[in-house]
Design a protein around this ligand. Structure first.
Ligand SMILES: NC(=O)c1ccc[n+]([C@@H]2O[C@H](COP(=O)([O-])OP(=O)(O)OC[C@H]3O[C@@H](n4cnc5c(N)ncnc54)[C@H](OP(=O)(O)O)[C@@H]3O)[C@@H](O)[C@H]2O)c1
Length: 347
């Protein structure tokens, strides 16, 4: 089933907790005053999609439409929207995971986006490329600017940061977004990933990349940061391996470092004394950190995509079959991906 009929909205609907996705028609949603409707051409999968489906959290209202990453063309804007107009090519972070409103889920032909969570994409960027980063970038922006308290950049040139920055899990969607952002903010980034991804991660801004399976990875990163003259007191663990990230910060930057995690700290592990450990939350870019989120999506990201200081990453893997393959895409991400973003095209 495809969506070539412009008056029809097809959605990969989650009818009840734990159900498999089913493609069903839904009304084309209407935008609120500060919202826009986007006709998606590409939708990307995030781990939270299958996690909500399997573990039933964040959503109370069923049936629902999940999805945080959709990219396409604006078809309607709300009465207070000034930044966007009909016909703009945009990407955006769908709000369904925090407003429980199925119209704001990306896994459908037409999605409502908040204007503060939307970015115009450059003409040279494909919809597939544009779909890969809204959630990963929101997660990284909250990690760096809110949790690690990095000041928002004022000029276009990066200011050299005193501390090195650890990014554990840099081949993940979140990690590769954080690497690019951190490089633009002037950090020397010390990253971990499987060796197959080291070259890509370096080319996107990491200073040095280490194999996280190396038994001496902690000692090697601490030594490299010392040799570079930038001990690491700030870290973002994009996959929440946790313990080793904490050890690096304590050994390298001393006890007063800050570690941001993508998921919760495993409380079975003792928290190292003095190290501030906090979880990031992508949704904060649209809630209590909405001012930062608006700046990030409406200004910073648009410019960074245009000047290519942020590019689409990781590599895209298309799952053929359109919305009917949404479940296949969820299952693929659940089974585990390595340096890939799983994307579905909406014809
Ligand atoms: N808090 C939030 O708001 C938020 C938002 C988005 C995502 N998340 C969570 O953050 C995590 C990452 O999400 P994602 O979309 O970026 O995932 P992803 O792209 O699916 O992550 C896959 C990558 O994780 C890497 N990895 C797995 N185990 C690792 C380890 N022990 N050390 C280093 N790297 C490891 C793998 O690296 P290699 O290929 O190099 O082996 C793989 O490329 C997920 O748990 C997700 O649910 C949280």
């Amino acid at each position: 089933m495809t969506s070539t009929n412009p008056t029809q909205n097809l959605a990969a609907v989650l009818e009840s907790p734990g159900a498999r996705l089913k493609v069903l028609p839904r009304p084309i949603p209407k935008p609120g005053p500060n919202e826009l409707v986007v006709r998606n051409h590409a939708i990307a999968t995030n781990p939270v999609d299958w996690k909500i489906q399997d573990y039933s959290f964040a959503i109370k209202t069923y049936p629902t439409v999940l999805g945080s990453d959709g990219c396409g063309v604006v078809t309607e804007v709300g009465s207070s929207v000034t930044k966007f107009k009909k016909g703009d090519r945009v990407t955006g972070f769908g709000a369904v995971i925090y407003n429980d409103n199925a119209d704001h889920g990306s896994w459908q032909t037409y999605t409502v986006l908040k204007d503060i969570a939307t970015t115009k994409i450059p003409d040279f960027m494909s919809f597939e490329e544009g779909s890969v980063f809204p959630m990963a970038m929101a997660t990284s922006a909250v990690a760096l600017f809110t949790i690690l308290s990095v000041p928002l950049p004022t000029g276009s040139a990066p200011t050299a940061q005193k501390s090195g920055l650890l990014i554990w899990g840099a081949a993940s969607s979140v990690g590769i977004s954080a690497v690019q952002l951190a490089r633009n903010l002037g950090f020397k980034v010390f990253a971990t990933a499987s060796p197959a991804h080291h070259q890509t991660i370096k080319s996107l801004g990491a200073f040095e990349v280490f194999d996280y399976r190396d038994a001496n990875v902690v000692e090697k990163i601490v030594a490299a940061a010392k040799a570079a003259g930038t001990p690491i007191s700030l870290g973002f663990d994009a996959v929440t391996e946790g313990k080793q990230s904490a050890e690096i910060l304590v050994s390298s930057g001393g006890k007063r470092g800050k570690l941001c995690l993508a998921l919760e700290w495993d409380e079975k592990e003792p928290r190292p004394d003095g190290l501030e450990i906090t979880q990031t939350g992508a949704l904060r870019a649209g809630t209590d950190q909405a001012e930062m989120g608006k700046w990030f999506f409406n200004e910073y990201l648009e410019k960074a995509l245009q000047d290519k200081s942020i590019v689409a990453a990781p590599e895209i893997e298309i799952v053929e079959g359109g919305l009917a393959s949404a479940q296949k895409a969820f299952d693929k991400v659940k089974a585990g991906v390595s340096g890939k973003k799983v994307v579905v095209k909406v014809e």
